[in-house]
Design a protein around this ligand. Structure first.
Ligand SMILES: C[S@@+](CC[C@H](N)C(=O)[O-])C[C@H]1O[C@@H](n2cnc3c(N)ncnc32)[C@H](O)[C@@H]1O
Length: 374
């Protein structure tokens, strides 16, 4: 069992001086130009062939989601620092960027001296990525390939490095990890590097009376009517939101570490035990999950955490409300297990089974709850 004291404290990406930072801000600006104008382009043919249905079914085609990711400086600057401060990883290497989006990670690699970068992107954003690569003068180094990684053909047999930002809410939502593992098994050389190569999921417990009242108990009495059938649905859907670290009432438990360079796709389904020991007398309304990723092949360990004690990222935290309100006294433990697996019908959704029990002085409870990230 480990707890928060075992966490590696990653340096905030902003704390580190970034080489070439001024030039990269220029890059962000040009990237947004073709589509970022808030006034509709009534005569822009490029936009005309995309309907709202396209965007609905393919949210990564819209620049908004990329804007959010790029502006998540914890995320993007960590990747930038990893590449610029560890040029030896990419210099003269063939790189595969799985899910390239705007091409930002490919451009970091190209700028750091990669021999060639294959940027694979399945959404329409691939067209923008091509333009961005061209405008920034990297067409001879970066080749953008539009299509699913599982369906495209690479013009080379092997690559030295695979880079990807595949993490979803609760780490595993969207199940893009499987696409990275697919690419690794098909194209990565034997001693190749995957960036990032470690991802860990953690669990802690919080007091959250006000928000639980607002989001869950609200359905008990809506303008005098009992809508508690919706409350059951609301309990099933984990809430993605930022948690104030003051709400944390127990240790933080490591649930699972994945080694992206070695794991099998099936390893993303697991059952992990936990023991959350109360650090004060309090009420527990929810368990909270979050993840860290790290790049262990750098000169010094680099990475970032999406935990409530770290700077907020667009992943926030994932809150799983409990049916019971648990009353814990300092030193008492909530014990149980969490089972995580992709949904059978829609593998991009994640099914979670939570078993927990508390045998305390003021509270005895034991329950199994099911959640679905969708
Ligand atoms: C989280 S975004 C990251 C984008 C970009 N790498 C960045 O860091 O800003 C993941 C991207 O991967 C793409 N993607 C997801 N699954 C894919 C697949 N199987 N093949 C190709 N692209 C994929 C999505 O369309 C999306 O643009």
């Amino acid at each position: 069992m480990s707890n928060s004291n075992n966490h590696v404290r990653f340096e905030d990406a902003d704390e580190v001086v970034i080489e070439d930072a001024a030039e990269s801000s220029n890059l962000d600006h040009s990237m947004c130009d073709p589509v970022s104008d808030s006034v509709p382009h009534l005569s822009n043919e490029q936009d005309d062939d995309k309907t709202s249905a396209d965007y609905y079914f393919d949210s990564y085609s819209h620049f908004g989601i990329h804007e959010e990711m790029l502006k998540d400086t914890v995320r993007t600057k960590t990747y930038q620092n990893v590449i610029y401060q560890n040029r030896f990883l990419v210099k003269d290497k063939v790189v595969l960027d799985v899910g390239a989006g705007t091409g930002i990670l490919s451009l970091f690699c190209a700028k750091a001296g990669a021999k060639h970068v294959y940027a694979v992107e399945c959404s329409h954003m691939a067209d923008m990525a091509k333009e961005i690569v061209e405008v920034n003068g990297y067409s001879d180094v970066v080749t953008v390939l539009k299509g699913k990684i599982e369906e495209i053909e690479l013009p080379v047999d092997k690559v030295d490095i695979i880079i990807s930002e595949w993490m979803g809410y609760f780490l595993l939502f969207e199940n893009m990890l499987n696409s990275v593992l697919y690419a690794r098994d098909k194209w990565l050389v034997d001693d190749g590097v995957v960036l990032p190569d470690k991802a860990s999921l953690y669990l802690t417990a919080i007091e959250d009376a006000d928000y639980k009242e607002d989001k869950i108990e609200f359905w008990n009495n809506v303008y005098g009517f009992d809508m508690s059938c919706i409350k059951k649905q609301a309990l099933v859907e984990p809430l993605v939101d930022t948690v104030d670290q003051k709400q944390i009432a127990t240790n933080c438990q490591l649930l699972k570490t994945m080694d992206i360079s070695k794991m099998a796709p099936g390893d993303a389904s697991f059952t992990a035990p936990f023991k959350l020991v109360a650090e004060r007398d309090d009420y527990i309304h929810a368990l909270v999950a979050y993840f860290d990723v790290s790049f262990t092949k750098c000169h010094k360990l680099m990475g970032f955490s999406t935990g409530p004690r770290s700077r907020t990222t667009h992943w926030k935290q994932t809150v799983l409300y409990l049916e019971d309100v648990l009353t814990v006294c300092e030193g008492e433990a909530i014990v149980g297990s969490m089972t995580v697996a992709p949904n059978k019908k829609n593998p991009r959704d994640v099914d979670i089974m939570l078993k927990y029990s508390l045998n305390g002085r003021r509270c005895n409870a034991s329950r199994t709850q099911y959640y679905k990230m969708r």
